[in-house]
Ligand binder design. Structure first.
Ligand SMILES: O=C(O)c1cc(=O)[nH]c(=O)n1[C@@H]1O[C@H](COP(=O)(O)O)[C@@H](O)[C@H]1O
Length: 237
């Protein structure tokens, strides 16, 4: 796999036209694009289809977190779109994760798409140990991510979302083919913004990330395609 294929660029915008334009600009420099809550709340399925027409593989990041029946229903609702990756929250528990994995497989087949990877979000990369304590989790982030990783794996998910700092422990808690989808990526010298657990692209790939989720370091650059190329080259070297 080429280093650029591992990069999914987060198109965090409410504008379909700018998402489509950026997806076109990034053709050949990244493996796909990510559409998340900001984009989907504004543009829904029509926005997704407009970006999909560029031919870019799409990671649909809606981070479902609800009771098993509702999450299964939401997965059924987006299945016709054929996303490559979907996210749910691991904190929804084992039954919710099992239902999500089963529904994603059944419905992809029904609609003639490849089965999407269902990836479980563990602890958001914007949180640190103090933020976890504030919501009543007294274990350090690393312990909580390891616990949720093992649960996600056992519950039949294809992979998980974690910060680059937890790649090694996530791999140890799961298996070699479990997909590690990793945001919190910052090329040396770029602003962390609201991200608290970050690493450079090359360090994250060396640690074992399967997918790098990168937003602002590419989308806010003067030349996004050049920024993406330079990130891919940094992984190579
Ligand atoms: O699920 C995600 O993709 C995600 C999980 C997480 O823990 N942290 C996180 O930043 N993300 C997403 O990854 C992207 C990171 O964007 P940048 O911080 O701009 O690189 C955003 O679209 C977030 O929604």
């Amino acid at each position: 796999m080429k280093p650029s294929d591992r990069i999914f660029c987060a198109l965090d915008t409410t504008e379909t036209a700018s998402a489509v334009a950026l997806a076109r600009k990034l053709q050949g420099t990244v493996g796909g694009v990510k559409l998340g809550l900001e984009f989907f709340c504004a543009n829904g399925a029509d926005g997704f289809k407009a970006v999909a027409e560029t031919g870019m593989p799409i990671f649909l990041d809606l981070k479902f977190h609800d009771i098993p029946n509702t999450v299964a229903g939401a997965i059924r609702a987006v299945a016709p779109l054929g996303p490559k990756i979907l996210t749910i929250h691991t904190q929804g528990g084992p039954e919710m994760m099992r239902r999500a994995a089963e529904t994603a497989a059944e419905d992809a087949e029904k609609h003639g798409h490849d089965k999407p990877w269902v990836a479980g979000v563990t602890i958001l990369t914007s949180m640190d140990d103090d933020d976890l304590k504030a919501i009543g989790v007294n274990d350090p982030v690393a312990d909580q991510v390891a616990r949720l990783a093992a649960l996600a794996h056992k519950s039949g998910l294809d992979g998980m979302v974690c910060s680059p700092r937890e790649i090694a422990l996530a791999r140890a808690a799961t298996s070699t083919d479990f997909k590690l989808v990793v945001p919190g990526i910052r090329p040396a010298g770029s602003a962390a913004g609201d991200q608290k657990r970050v690493m450079t692209p090359s360090d994250a790939v060396s640690a074992g990330a399967d997918v790098l989720v990168i937003g602002r370091p590419i989308t806010q650059a003067d030349d996004p395609a050049e920024a993406a190329r330079s990130i891919a080259a940094s992984i190579n070297s």
